[in-house]
Design a protein around this ligand. Sequence first.
Ligand SMILES: *[C@@H]1O[C@H](CO)[C@@H](O)[C@H](O)[C@H]1NC(C)=O
Length: 336
Amino acid sequence: MSSEDGPSKKVSRKPRYSRFTQQELPACKPILTPALVIGILMCLGIIFIPIGLLALSASENVVEVVDRYDDVCIPSTDQKVGFIKDPATNKTCIRTFTIPKKMRKPVYVYYQLDNFYQNHRRYVKSRSDRQLWNPKAESSTTPCDPEGQTGDGKPIVPCGLIAWSLFNDTYMLSKNDAALQINKKDIAWRSDRTHKFGSNIYPKNFQNGTLIGGGKLDESIPLSQQEDLMVWMRTSALPTFRKLYGRIETDLEANEKITVTIQNNYNTYSFNGKKKLVISTATWIGGKNDFIGKMYMAVGGTSIVLGVIFSLLYVFKPRPLGDPSYLSWNKSPNLD
Ligand SMILES: *[C@@H]1O[C@H](CO)[C@@H](O)[C@H](O)[C@H]1NC(C)=O
């Protein structure tokens, strides 16, 4: 099969005819006529504004009480850090507030921290998820260093800075001198309880060092039931955050006086953090938050305003669609 001497047949390079190669496929070519644009804008407005109103009214119905206590639950000296670090001082603090509006159960109790950067890179990484779940991986504490092992080399369970800095203020609520039960069950994510924190893993060597970072854990309770720890270890993305402390399963009536007995243990004073107790109801949008409602209103409102402006232009200064005399080179043809 030599092709050297035979006359080579000329092969046509022309593509075979097809509607694809000739770019003749049927296609939708929408033209943004004024009526279509105005219609779309109006529809957006009509859809978005009611959603915004609904969200705003839901947020309006949330009853929320926020009480900052870190500044009042401490003697007004400049020895704040010394006071909070001293295990001998009495850190009990009593706060009272009035319920502004009826709060239907369940009423959620949160603690809110300000200026606490749980999103710091080295903080976020300082945990060992293997160790939390796998009983054989007790000693896999590498990601936790330097909070991975005790001084004499025993693994800490749960290891890492996040667990070590566990929040340890406690609240006891009462109304009219009767204790209000706070239910702390099921405050963590279900997936955390069933897939992240093992039911056969028990805290070990935890918070045993000389420097205590936060709360201690009961060594007889498996991690899968340490819900405060799970809530704490879902690190927050922003420096101001709320975490669920528990639920009150009774209604609170308007003007009822609530007394909170706080154990003000947690040291936010060395980094100027704030601590707040939040009691709040929730609706379908969650807690009190006007942002989403306002955002929907803004988008819907802008659409309506633009729609109206375009309609007015369309009515009072109409202009034929696709008129070539508006092209710049037709408008001033004698430029050259
Ligand atoms: C609570 O945490 C602080 C650190 O923020 C620690 O100094 C203190 O000893 C802890 N107290 C208790 C009772 O766990």
